[in-house]
Design a protein around this ligand. Structure first.
Ligand code: SDX
Length: 424
């Protein structure tokens, strides 16, 4: 094994270098503080590997994304979302028998306890569905106690996968004041979600193949992305041996941020704003380059991808296909295309390697499907759920897992004597 040498205050230290299956090198600093009394300092963890994982590989410079070794382009073109979820959680593509069993388990665990419906009644009509989703995910732990018993761990994984879409659809119905539509066992995972979202008791509802195919693709593309903010949050919370439901609830909260999964909602709001301002996208491009404007081109840039986000490439093509199939034309798509075209030729973006990310086109497709903007990040969470579960399981099953406890560099007051109130 190769090593890395560090010289600190004239003293030389040596650390092992671990190498992954894609030849990524990691300097193993686990003994750094014990040997040197110093710690590594990497705010935002952009250069820090928190774990070893066999789930997803990203090469940000080449724009490569693979789920358990399978290129995202192939998974997106050939797999169902349920197959992809199985692959991410259990590590292999399922046989037909394994897939049928998994699908059956997901189908027969979609109901939430009737008492959970009462939780929805307490939220204000305008409650953001992500707040409800996070609270409900954690609340599942009040019905399904945690256990280290492997069968119970797997049953709770099934329950989380099966019930999240019911909770998501119920939160949408709550937000528009319509009655909940219960899950149906005769529909596919995605067909059932669309039915719960869009069926109205007083009308007959026919699932749309176009919508099902579009949502299948969108959820697959969002299914995992290695140690992103929300997945790292799931691992952080799970490392204290908190339940799967509590860990997923924390991941939902992290995803909600506008710099992370909340960006898909921000992109549409940004495009709406540009359209309302006469479609003057060049004005907003200039603002994005002006540090003082505090304006960012939402849906652009990425901590890891310094090339095209491969998911954005697939979604850009799919946007055309879905809108054409639905007979929808959306001026926001034209604005998005114009923004992308000039950004990719602009030195500010080129120098900073800012390309469209997964959020840039996804919102336009959700919108064409009739998904309201405040549900976009909920859809991101539905897609990311198998990835979160896969990482939680990988960590939970690893006996070497320790509770995550980063250090800090203290910059506050040095020791001083307490001053009684009367003397201040
Ligand atoms: C997701 O991690 C993941 O994998 C996330 C994700 C997943 O699947 O889980 O891929 C999903 O979260 C995608 C990202 C969605 N967020 C957005 O689209 C929000 C807009 N993008 C940015 O805020 C930003 O690009 C981030 C948050 C995505 C990345 O931020 P970094 O890596 O911390 O980069 P940075 O903020 O340090 O920016 C570097 C430079 C800065 O300029 P300088 O200080 O060098 O002059 O680029 C500029 C930034 O000002 N910059 C942008 C910009 N993004 C970065 N300028 C204008 N518009 C932007 N969008």
């Amino acid at each position: 094994m190769s090593t890395a040498k560090l010289i600190l205050e004239g003293q030389e230290y040596e650390f092992p270098v671990i190498v992954g299956s894609e030849n990524e090198a990691g300097i193993d600093f686990a003994s750094l503080r014990a040997k040197t009394k110093a710690i590594g300092f990497d705010p935002g963890y952009g250069n820090t590997g928190a774990c070893q994982s066999a789930i997803t590989y990203i090469d940000g410079d080449q724009g490569i994304l693979r789920y358990r070794g399978y290129p995202i382009e192939q998974v997106a073109a050939k797999a169902s979302f349920v197959e992809t979820a199985y692959l991410l959680i259990y590590g292999q593509l399922p046989t037909q028998a394994e897939l049928d069993k998994f699908q059956r388990e997901l189908t027969y665990h979609t109901l939430i306890h009737e008492d959970m419906k009462k939780f929805f009644e307490g939220y204000p009509a305008k409650a953001h569905p992500m707040a409800i989703l996070a609270a409900m995910a954690v609340s599942l732990s009040t019905y399904y106690p945690d256990s280290d018993e492997p069968d119970v761990v797997n049953l709770n994984i099934i329950r989380m996968m099966a019930k999240m879409k019911t909770i998501a659809a119920f939160s949408y119905k709550k937000s528009i004041g319509q009655p909940y539509v219960y899950p149906r066992n005769d529909l596919s995972y995605i067909g059932d979600f669309l039915h719960m979202m869009f069926a109205v008791p007083s009308e007959s509802y026919q699932n749309s193949d176009v919508l099902e195919r579009a949502l299948n693709l969108l959820l697959i593309l969002h299914a995992d992305h290695e140690q992103n903010c929300s997945t790292s949050t799931v691992r952080m919370v799970g490392s204290s041996r908190a339940s799967l439901f509590a860990s997923i609830g924390a991941g939902i909260c992290a995803l909600w941020g506008p710099l992370h999964g909340g960006a898909n909602q921000e992109v549409i709001e940004m495009l709406d704003m540009i359209q309302a301002d006469g479609g003057n996208y060049r004005k907003y491009m200039d603002m994005a380059k002006d540090k003082n404007s505090n304006f960012r081109l939402m849906g652009f840039g990425h901590r890891v991808y310094k090339n095209f986000d491969p998911r954005a490439k697939i979604l850009k093509q799919s946007a055309d296909e879905v809108l054409n199939a639905l007979g929808v034309s959306d001026p926001l798509l034209d604005i998005a295309r114009n923004l992308e075209e000039i950004a990719l030729k602009d030195d500010f973006f080129i120098q900073r390697k800012l390309y469209p990310n997964v959020d840039f086109y996804s919102g336009i497709i959700y919108r064409a499907m009739g998904i309201p903007t405040n549900m976009f990040t909920v859809l991101f969470a539905l897609g990311r759920l198998p990835g979160w579960i896969g990482h939680w399981k990988e960590m939970h099953d690893d006996p070497s897992t320790r509770i995550n406890r980063p250090r800090q560099i203290y910059t506050g007051a040095t020791e001083r004597q307490f001053v009684p109130l009367a003397e201040r």
